[in-house]
Design a protein around this ligand. Structure first.
Ligand SMILES: Cc1ncc(COP(=O)(O)O)c(C=O)c1O
Length: 393
């Protein structure tokens, strides 16, 4: 490797270090959605998106084991090349049923889903309008599409309408999240959809953090809407509340057939491992086809309510409605790092989130809750958190 490359990388890393923005990988011995073992210590885990604890559910593990025994570890080729396993078909039809759409398509990850979906639907003649706080995968999908890119103020249907009123011809597609990954707030999807319908625009909602969490049954964003719409496409991931891996798009059969022919992140990549497909399907079955499923969803909701009322008492602002993601915004990067370190010392694992993941000046501790957390875990978390007004003093 030429010296000039190495020295530039090192200089950039030093700059990140000076700005408290250098990222490193932390070794972990094992973890569940409740606890995490680091070295000799076991800490309470508040950094997982496994909101329902399904990644370690016995039925999910059993299904993965059986698929591993039956089909081996890997998939060998793209689904279009070496054939589509029955496990894929079963998973996609269950997903479509849960999401109340005609069909569904599974991608290797949520990131791949956005990178495949958006460029398949939009090109250079079209306009993509993205929420200011949208996830990197939506932004990267939009960049890959090479369409005109516009940004609308966070969760603001009125401003979106103004942009749509002024935007040029060509297809217009609006991109947002149902639950924002770093803020935990819920998008006004019904209002955004009405604006899109009135302007003949398409709305893509990323339900990554809504699936398993939103709606009385935890079915995600669709359960919060009063109607279905041909102007709405919902995508999401099986890697968070479903405890497995794999992105998905739900919609009409025509959309799914189109994506099988046009989404490059399905066509030019190897199929997911059989054990992953089986575990995702088992997670859907536990959640939406058993009595246990609604108990799990309710347990998470109780945990959210309990922690939110404790946070309010300590002076922290709380989203309305709250979700499993609770951001404690502290501002400066170094203050967020210090708070994360203090929590770590007290046995609480909840890392600092810094720019560029969040806007400059809004570094935070991102607490994520799981149905696996027990009451004493949540009390411990609240005991360890300082009063909001003492953080910067
Ligand atoms: C809103 C959002 N969309 C998409 C993704 C990507 O999903 P995955 O982790 O399955 O690639 C994430 C997760 O990081 C996310 O938070």
């Amino acid at each position: 490797m030429p010296d000039s490359f190495e020295s530039e990388w090192k200089a950039q890393l030093e700059g990140l270090g000076r700005a408290s923005r250098r990222r490193t990988l932390r070794s972990v011995e094992w973890r569940t959605a409740r606890e995490i073992a680091i070295g000799e210590r076991i800490l309470l885990h508040f950094a997982s998106n496994d909101y329902l604890g399904l990644s370690t559910h016995p039925k999910v593990i059993e299904a993965a084991r059986a698929a591993l025994d039956a089909h081996g570890a890997g998939s060998g080729a793209s689904r279009l090349v070496s054939g589509n396993l029955e496990l894929y078909r079963a998973l996609e039809s269950r997903l479509a049923r849960v999401k109340n759409t005609e069909a569904a398509l599974v991608f290797p990850s949520g990131y791949h889903a956005n990178l495949g979906l958006i460029p398949a639907l939009a090109g250079a003649e079209d306009t993509l309008i993205v929420d200011r706080l949208a996830h990197a995968s939506l932004v990267d999908g939009a960049r890959l599409a090479r369409a005109r890119l516009q940004v609308f103020p966070h969760n603001d249907p009125g401003q979106l309408e103004r942009i749509l009123d002024r935007s040029a011809t060509g297809k217009r597609i609006v991109l947002t999240e149902s639950v924002f990954s770093m803020d935990g707030d819920v998008a006004p999807v019904e209002s955004l959809l009405a604006v899109c319908e009135a302007h003949n625009a398409l709305l893509i909602v990323d339900d990554a953090h809504g699936f398993g969490v939103l709606g009385p049954g935890g079915r995600g964003v669709q359960e919060t809407l009063s109607r279905t719409s041909s102007h709405l496409i919902v995508m999401g991931t099986l890697s968070k509340a479903m405890g497995a891996l794999g992105g998905y798009v739900c919609g009409s059969q025509a959309l799914i057939d189109f994506l099988i022919n046009r989404a490059r992140t399905v066509i030019y990549t190897t199929a997911l491992p059989p054990a992953t497909l089986a575990s995702a399907r088992a997670a859907l079955e536990v959640l939406y086809q058993s009595d246990e499923g609604s108990e799990i969803v309710q347990r998470l909701q109780h945990n959210i309510q309990f922690v939110c009322s404790g946070l309010k008492t300590k002076g922290y602002p709380v989203n309305d409605p709250p979700t499993a993601i609770l951001p404690l915004i502290v501002g400066p990067d170094d203050v967020a790092l210090q708070l994360a370190e203090r929590l770590y010392e007290q046995g609480i694992f909840a890392p600092a989130i810094r720019p560029p993941t969040v806007p400059a000046g809004t570094a935070r501790i991102r607490i994520s809750l799981s149905a696996l957390h027990e009451r004493q875990d949540l009390e411990r978390l609240l005991d360890c958190l300082p009063e909001q007004n003492s953080i910067l003093s």
